[in-house]
Design a protein around this ligand. Structure first.
Ligand code: DWN
Ligand code: SAH
Ligand code: ZN
Length: 414
């Protein structure tokens, strides 16, 4: 299941989707596991890999050519709990309502990457037959305690066959921020093909390549994100298994995502927006390898600007903290080589991250309530995708003269 990408020679790899030969267009350098918050005694054994993205000109898929094994990232110590954002809980409630509108008689809903049950709780509350598939046992346990039916497993074709035997086929296969995490993506789509009822529906959303390119949000690239999908790459992938895109809906979550709705070919009407967005992607240059050379330059430019800004502030003797120890911040801190010379600590609301150090550059993680007790002069907003929620609860920081440093969509002090 987890066969790693085969290296063809020193600099060539195989596309995870179509097996074409790939050459990375840049490297972010040595990267740690983005959610491996660690203690001081673990510093010497920390795992690193060379993080290199590539664009496949055949299937149009943006991907990492190599990454750690899934079990190294998703296990009993997984540090991301979806329930840390109240706005995301509301977002998933709305998502579930849309899925409900598609359901047939005696519905059965399967979600992969169900984490702490933030989405499936909306189906469980309505007594709808459901199953969450979640390999990280600590987060899955939270869902189970809420009464959400969850199996602690990696989804793939074999598991799909077992689910069909045990529960029958599914009316809906849903996922959020997980399809892009799975290198053996072909086995996932084969599994969906086995699992789905003839008129079943697939709805999933993921960070959108078009947004990452437009805003240079390179921090969406980290070990867990094997892919950054576009409408073209998703279309190519599902087309191989007799399924088609029937709807596309841009989402504001996670700095800019796309919701993909898919059905068996011919089973449902294709919405016009599918053609419009496919055309937009051509116009934006998402299918043009030159776009990624420009993206590389943009990343380098952003890195220099951010580091310069932090250095200038430090030279004046002022204090800087980080706010929200996101997975994304692991890419920023490691690519920009930001350690405690530039940022004293990162405040975060997740208990298992607190008291640990961030992956790679080893900045201490402090409980978020300490932020209020010790406001810095500046705080780098690593959780910019939650800015609404964070600004609302941290108004005092600004009133006391503190300033936010944001780096999306551009580097600025607010
Ligand atoms: O794709 C993924 C998305 C769904 O979630 C996963 N691969 C991993 C994770 O990415 P992330 O870590 O970048 O997620 P968030 O939601 O941007 O960040 C969550 C972190 O932010 C948590 O550690 C909690 C923290 N946080 C906080 O300290 N105060 C979050 C909020 C909303 C807050 O108010
Ligand atoms: N859906 C949630 C969680 C996203 S984080 C949200 O949007 O907030 C990604 C999750 O996918 C993690 O909980 C991880 O353990 C899980 N995951 C990774 N590989 C998986 C696989 N093959 N099958 C099912 N879940 C997987
Ligand atoms: Zn390809």
């Amino acid at each position: 299941m987890n066969e790693n990408n085969s290296k063809i020679n020193a600099s060539l790899f195989q596309c995870w989707v179509c097996e074409s030969t790939l050459e990375p267009f840049m490297t972010f350098g040595r990267m740690p596991i983005a959610n491996n918050f660690l203690s001081e005694k673990e510093f010497n054994d920390e795992y690193f890999f060379e993080m290199e993205p590539a664009f496949c000109n055949t299937c149009k898929t943006f991907q990492l050519v190599r990454q750690p094994e899934p079990q190294q990232m998703f296990n009993e110590k997984y540090a991301f709990f979806s329930g840390t954002s109240q706005l995301m809980a509301k977002h998933f409630e709305a998502f579930s309502k849309q899925v409900l509108s598609y359901l047939d008689e005696n519905p059965f809903v399967v979600e992969i990457g169900s984490n702490d049950g933030i989405m499936l709780s909306n189906f469980a509350n309505k007594n709808i037959k459901h199953l969450g598939v979640e390999p990280s046992s600590n987060v899955a346990q939270v869902a189970k305690e809420k009464g959400i039916n969850t199996t602690i497993n990696f989804f793939d074709k074999d598991l799909a066959q077992k689910i069909v035997k045990g529960y029958g086929q599914a009316s809906a296969f849903i996922a959020a921020n997980v399809m892009c995490h799975i290198p053996y993506i072909k086995s996932i789509v084969e599994g969906i093909e086995v699992l789905l009822r003839p008129n079943g529906i697939v709805v999933f959303e993921e960070p959108y390549l078009g947004e990452v390119i437009e805003k240079t949000t390179y921090d969406q690239i980290y070990d867990e994100h094997t892919f950054l999908f576009s409408a073209h790459s998703v279309k190519y992938l599902f087309d191989q298994y007799g399924m088609e895109l029937i709807n596309l809906e841009p989402q504001a979550t996670h700095g800019g995502s796309m919701r993909y709705t898919i059905a068996r070919k011919g089973a449902r009407t294709v919405n016009k927006i599918v053609y419009d967005i496919l055309e937009n992607e051509e116009d934006q240059g998402l299918n043009d390898p030159k776009t990624y050379l420009q993206f590389k330059q943009n990343c380098e430019h952003y890195r220099i600007q951010l580091v310069n800004l932090l250095e200038q502030i430090r030279k004046k003797g002022q204090s800087i903290s980080g706010y929200a120890a996101t997975s994304k911040s692991t890419t920023i801190t490691n690519y920009c080589k930001i350690n405690t010379d530039l940022i004293d600590c990162i405040y975060d609301s997740t208990p298992i991250k607190q008291g640990k150090f961030n992956p790679g550059t080893h900045i201490p993680i402090r409980p978020h309530h300490e932020f209020k007790e010790n406001y810095p002069d500046y705080a780098v907003l690593f959780g910019y995708n939650h800015s609404k929620e964070i600004f609302a609860k941290e108004q005092d920081f600004i009133e006391q003269g503190g300033k936010w440093i944001v780096y999306v969509p551009q580097i600025e002090i607010i």
